[in-house]
Design a protein around this ligand. Structure first.
Ligand code: SAM
Length: 408
């Protein structure tokens, strides 16, 4: 019998696609013929998926529809939009339902979407191993096993958390002898491979693991896009993709500066070297820059480049907003906060202090906030001790100002 890799290659060849290694990127998905813009390059059902909201019933577990939902009367966790969806999910849910029903109410609360995704993945693997449900070249556990995990780069605390989550999965599925190391590893795979399932307006509905689509690498100038219909994922060409060209999608919001995009990509453990990331920052200036104050100048100023220029612009905005808004307006508050940060970055303490001119008002608000927090947090926590200390400092500052004012 052909290996799972050969089966994958054969099935992908039938869809005019191929897998190949890309230097510095691991595997990648390639077009074996040209695709035109709008054409579906590949679609896939998830190996495992779960709606984001568990127990509340926001989406059908099977098709992710949000109407006519009824909860499973036994476990009261799964939701379906009708008997057809319930039937389709039954082989998997039957096992899940049994496991959930056996849980205490407290343990049920630990069933977060990520834990549930793992439980469903374990159950699906078992059903395929036992041949209760079919598997294929593009739908089998070996594909999950082959996913990138970056386990050696994962932060120690994160690893401890994954290990605790693996223990929890074992508690939920006591009749399974789970390899906890493998489950820990798979949680790490979720972090860089699972996709957020969105509705057409890009509102997140749930999470799914699509092991073939996960072979597609990222670019900030992608030639394809990932969209969902229900929980079925479709990769559509955004522009003509030629034969032998690598298919790419964006893992992140592309309408952002290079710095922001690189930051968003950090949890995938690579530095993007796409054409947008390597060329100069002209586009970044357009996305986040301010026009120069000098009307004759066509240049832009980046918020973190020359803060003195930016501070004078924010000051103008604040003056206008003070005329337009109520003194307690949240918009005015945000502008003042930004302005304060800029003055502090410039170490212009004098002007920063002038922004905080209403010390007595601040003192009143802080005292009220502390009264509330005393009730919600008690008085013994480090946070409260620090807050009450700060309050004392502000009181001293206010009385010093008052007495200085009296003397003048
Ligand atoms: C969803 S997987 C993509 C498939 C992956 N290359 C593989 O071999 O399974 C995401 C991982 O692929 C790699 N990757 C994706 N896009 C990349 C890029 N543009 N440059 C370098 N590595 C990339 C990173 O290791 C990332 O964590």
């Amino acid at each position: 019998m052909a290996s799972w890799e050969q089966q994958l290659r054969d099935e992908l060849a039938g869809r005019d696609l191929a897998v190949a290694s890309v230097p510095g990127k691991g595997r990648g998905l390639f077009a074996a013929r040209s695709f035109f813009p709008g054409e579906v390059v590949i679609s896939q059902e998830p190996y495992a998926s779960t709606p984001n909201k568990i127990s509340v019933g926001s989406n059908c577990d099977n098709c992710f529809a949000s109407r006519n939902l009824r909860k499973c009367s036994v476990c009261r966790v799964a939701w379906y939009c009708g008997s057809a969806c319930q039937r389709e999910e039954w082989k998997l849910h039957q096992l899940e339902c049994r496991a959930i029903t056996a849980l205490t109410e407290d343990r049920k609360k630990m069933l977060t979407p990520t834990i549930r995704l793992m439980v469903r993945l374990v159950l699906r693997r078992k059903l395929q191993d036992d041949k209760v449900i079919p598997s294929s070249g593009t739908d089998n556990y070996n594909l999950v096993d082959a996913l990138e995990s970056h386990i050696s780069e994962v932060d120690k605390n994160q690893l401890v958390l994954y290990a605790q989550m693996a223990n929890l999965v074992q508690l939920i599925l006591p009749s399974f002898e789970l390899d906890l190391k493998e489950i820990t590893h798979t949680f790490s795979k979720f972090a860089c491979n699972a996709h957020t399932i969105c509705d057409p307006e890009l509102r997140p509905l749930g999470t799914g693991l699509y092991p073939v689509l996960s072979i597609i690498n990222h670019s900030c100038v992608p030639n394809a896009v990932l969209i969902f219909e229900g929980r079925t994922a479709y990769v559509r060409a955004l522009q003509p993709i030629s034969k032998n060209e690598e298919v790419s999608i964006s893992y992140i919001e592309t309408a952002a500066t290079t710095m922001k995009r690189q930051d968003d990509l950090k949890h995938y453990y690579f530095t993007c070297t796409c054409p947008r990331c390597v060329k100069d920052s002209e586009e970044d200036t357009l996305l986040e820059g301010y026009r120069c104050n000098d009307q004759k100048c066509d240049g832009f100023v980046l918020p973190n480049a020359d803060n003195s220029e930016v501070s004078s612009m924010y000051k103008t905005i604040e003056e206008l907003e003070r005329k337009l808004y109520h003194p307690f307006s949240i918009t005015l508050l945000h502008t003042r906060e930004t302005l304060l940060k800029i003055y502090m970055e410039l170490q212009d303490w004098q002007t920063a202090l002038m922004l905080l001119e209403y010390t007595e008002d601040a003192l009143k608000s802080l005292t009220r906030a502390a009264d509330i927090l005393r009730i919600t947090h008690g008085t013994k926590s480090e946070f409260m001790k620090e807050l009450l200390g700060k309050l004392e400092e502000v009181r001293a500052e206010a009385s010093f100002r008052l007495s200085a004012g009296d003397e003048q």
